[in-house]
Design a protein around this ligand. Sequence first.
Ligand SMILES: *Cc1c(COP(=O)(O)O)cnc(C)c1O
Length: 364
Amino acid sequence: MLPSDGRFGSGPSRLRPEQLTSLTTTYRDLLGTSHRQAPVKALVGSVQRQLLDLFDAPDGYEVVMGNGGAAMFWDVAAASLIEHRAQCLNFGAFGKKFARAAGAPWLETPSVRSAPHGTLAAPVAEAGIDVYAWPHNDTSTGVVAPVERVVPASEALTLIDATSAAGGITFDAANADVYYFAPQKNLGSDGGLWVALLSPAAIERAERIAASGRHIPDSLNLHLAITNSRSQQTVNTPSLVTLALLETQLQWIIASGGLAWAESRARESSEMLYRWAERSDYATPFVVDPAHRSPVNATIEFAGNVGAHELSRQLRAHGIVDVDAYSGIGQNQLRIATYVSVEPDDVRRLTECIDAVVCGLRGQ
Ligand SMILES: *Cc1c(COP(=O)(O)O)cnc(C)c1O
């Protein structure tokens, strides 16, 4: 009754076996070679092109990369994109962390709009704001947010942290100026890289701030990253394995039907969990409003007489791993990734395994 693969973590997340095989076949002669030479540059170029294709990016948008993952990009945003003051939505741990980065001493104190965990905060038009920022999916709570302009046709930039959403949730790329992510979640790669889809307005902002005299370390200089990305490079050495795994995942998603296909597959899995929890007498979806429930990672709250910690421990003993709640969020919950790489049938088996473990715990 066990799932074919027990990895349900929200990140790093399940890699498909074909991706691992590709490392010793397709990429065998590429790994261990210079990122300044044509073969690796071609790999970077292919990732850039496929992301523009997958996101159906408007003309003039560019894909830029750098080292350090999504959390590093928060500091890139503070150094290179926020001119004076950001408005940040805090409806989970990741939005909150961005707000902390946006409180850098050279910026004005950000305007932070918070909502209790499990619910969604809404942005509001505000004078003096030059960046509106929130996560597409706050992976800590499993709340999904719309990607929309707060003030259409304004100079303010819209920055979306898409780390768990990217490649698993449809959106209109024209509604974001910066759609950034690390690829170790729905995109089934490994960590260490940040990737950003930038609008012409974001590119212009980064260029202007870089030329303004503000001190910006090279590692946080988005303008420098843009220049490098235009020649299919990063400022310093990237993980080639991360790029290779990302390329194979993009090929797979695009060949299978693109973003709409990926979202429907993720939804098939997450809806199965939400429906199971609604039917269950000891579990319920943590996010009460169905419209705010994440398609890519489902948080399930358990009744007080079922200990989620012990449940997770017993599942792990059977090879079902990383379903724990995000630290500091829920009191008694599991968080289950339903990324595109997860087989929906494995999610069905997972619910049966949870039922069996709970049955055993209750019998004690
Ligand atoms: C995982 C995650 C991050 C952090 O990613 P790192 O690559 O570890 O920096 C940031 N934002 C969201 C929404 C995430 O899910």
